[in-house]
Design a protein around this ligand. Structure first.
Ligand SMILES: Nc1ncnc2c1ncn2[C@@H]1O[C@H](COP(=O)(O)OP(=O)(O)O)[C@@H](O)[C@H]1O
Ligand SMILES: O=C(O)C1=C[C@@H](OP(=O)(O)O)[C@@H](O)[C@H](O)C1
Length: 290
């Protein structure tokens, strides 16, 4: 009873911490999950490659929730390996949860597809990961925005208070990510400060629902950088040469999207900053069983 799946990280268009409505897009950086189930094992044990002290509660809860809903009383082992930096605003938790849920469904022999007649749809699988993230305490709203972008690919707009998908569109850009050395756990974010910029979050959500995702993300980035105490300098440096740029999630990463030549000029400026710069792409393919 084995399964393997991959899911991408994501960047933010609208942070849901102000109003519950959020929007995110998949990035071409991935997390792999491998699950081995054993009917005789009592418990589920998690392991994160390269991070022996990492918190494995989320991936263990994902396996347990899938087994509760679709299995018997199997225990087992889940292992993730990830290119998505943890707690950097690039949705490592959504990628790990989605990959683990799909790998567990595969280990149990269920068919996962987008066809409503499939045993389990990817949207249903995504909601299991969101529930596990709430159990594990790694999220404020459940982050169905980030989870749906990672699971379905492209750009999604969601109402996280109802785990409802409001829109999904293809999203095709080159992308540049700057990740400073600091980490910012979503569960520690100052929600009260985010709620103060709700009028700007509403404006960003309106733009996103109108299909203007790139301007939505720039408005979002300026508002949430101010609310969460991050400098807007990287965004100001990028703005003339990209289509959109935003603080991703609760930070500290900043993501710019646009064309390759503009982003090369942004990369030269961001290279002066401490931390790592990743050249990647947005992607329309979401999570999949491998
Ligand atoms: N590869 C992984 N395997 C298992 N759990 C992970 C992995 N990546 C992230 N997580 C979980 O997600 C938490 C970080 O979530 P969060 O603060 O929301 O950051 P992010 O914005 O990257 O999703 C970690 O503490 C851990 O519990
Ligand atoms: O925990 C949450 O509910 C959220 C966390 C944030 O993302 P990060 O996990 O990237 O900080 C935010 O962008 C998202 O809309 C909702």
């Amino acid at each position: 009873m084995e399964g393997r799946a991959v899911a991408p990280g994501a960047g933010t268009v609208v942070n849901a911490l102000a109003t519950g409505v959020g929007s995110a897009f998949a990035l071409d950086i991935e997390t792999v999950a491998e699950v081995r189930l054993d009917p005789d094992a009592d418990a589920v044990t998690g392991e994160i490659a390269g991070d022996p002290d990492g918190d494995t509660t989320l991936i263990e809860r994902c396996v347990e929730r899938v087994v509760d809903g679709y299995g018997g009383d199997e225990g087992g082992v889940v292992r993730t390996e990830s290119e998505v930096p943890t707690a950097a605003g690039l949705k490592s938790s959504s990628a790990a949860a989605n990959a683990t849920v799909l790998a567990t469904l595969e280990a149990l022999g269920w068919e996962v597809a987008d066809d409503p007649d499939a045993d389990v749809t990817r949207t249903e699988a995504c909601r299991i990961g969101v529930a596990a993230a709430r159990d594990a305490g790694v999220t404020v709203t459940g982050a169905f925005d980030d989870a749906s972008a990672s699971m379905l690919g492209g750009v999604t707009v969601t109402d996280n208070s109802a785990d409802e998908l409001l829109a999904r569109d293809p999203f095709e850009h080159d992308a540049l990510v700057w990740t400073p050395p600091a980490r910012a756990y979503s569960a520690d974010a100052d929600v009260g400060r985010c709620e103060r910029v709700a009028p700007m979050a509403d404006l960003a959500a309106e733009l996103a629902l109108d299909g203007d995702h790139v301007r939505a993300m720039t408005v979002n980035g300026l508002a949430f950088s101010a609310a969460l105490g991050f400098t807007a300098d990287p965004a100001v440096e990028a703005m003339p040469d990209c289509a959109g740029v935003s603080l991703s999630g609760t930070g500290p990463s900043v993501v710019a999207v646009g064309d390759a030549s503009g982003l090369e000029r942004v990369r030269e400026r961001w290279a002066e900053r401490e931390g790592e710069t990743i050249e990647t792409r947005t992607r329309n393919a979401g999570a999949r069983i491998t």
